[in-house]
Design a protein around this ligand. Structure first.
Ligand SMILES: [Mg+2]
Ligand SMILES: [Zn+2]
Length: 188
């Protein structure tokens, strides 16, 4: 079992404003307060790991280079705020709507926990001491399936998915509020 604690973060609708199949740097916009909130998690000793479903790649809407460009932009902006992301994992697959090799029943598409489990191996993470924050039911379920503590935010699709959120899951207005909740839960 790993030794480090992490906060796993969904991207679209959690870190940045939800845009359908975001694939251009010009369309990337942080949800207010997010860079500062992520800086607080770093200061508290958490690894920051983005785990994002990107079936738009598999569907042929954009390619992995476009995704990398968006992530480089996100990294650069966050680095300026002292909130460097430690790793990004993405799932380009879809079981029905993707093309070629991207069409598969993979182990990484949330709500499956594959990306979180891979990160735990790569970065020596203690999943039971870690958290998963996202705006969709699939994010909450991925966190539960990985053995993390899930939190749901109401930005992005959060309000729409809230009625299906399992009982007992902490719900927060946005990622900055979720960070406050995590720091309280962790006794920090
Ligand atoms: Mg999302
Ligand atoms: Zn996948």
């Amino acid at each position: 079992m790993g030794k480090r604690k992490a906060v796993f973060l969904d991207r679209d609708g959690t870190i940045n404003v939800e845009v359908q199949y975001l694939n251009a740097v010009a369309d990337f916009q942080f949800i207010p307060g997010v860079p500062r909130a992520l800086q607080r998690l770093k200061e508290a000793g958490f690894l920051l790991v983005v785990v994002t479903n990107q079936s738009g790649i598999g569907r042929g809407y954009y390619d992995e280079a476009a995704l990398e460009a968006v992530h480089e932009h996100m990294h650069a902006e966050l680095a300026q705020a002292g909130a460097a992301i430690d790793a990004c994992y993405f799932c380009p697959h879809h079981p029905e709507h993707a093309l070629g090799d991207y069409r598969q029943e993979c182990a990484c598409r949330k709500p499956l926990p594959g990306m979180l489990q891979q990160a735990a191996l790569d970065l020596d993470i203690d999943l039971a001491a870690s958290f998963m924050v996202g705006d969709k039911l699939a994010d909450v379920e991925a966190g539960i399936n990985a053995g993390c503590t899930p939190l749901m935010v109401l930005t992005g699709y959060g309000s729409a998915h809230l009625p299906r959120c399992p009982a007992g899951v902490q719900v927060c207005p946005d990622l900055p509020a979720a960070v406050e909740a995590i720091l309280a839960l962790a006794g920090l």
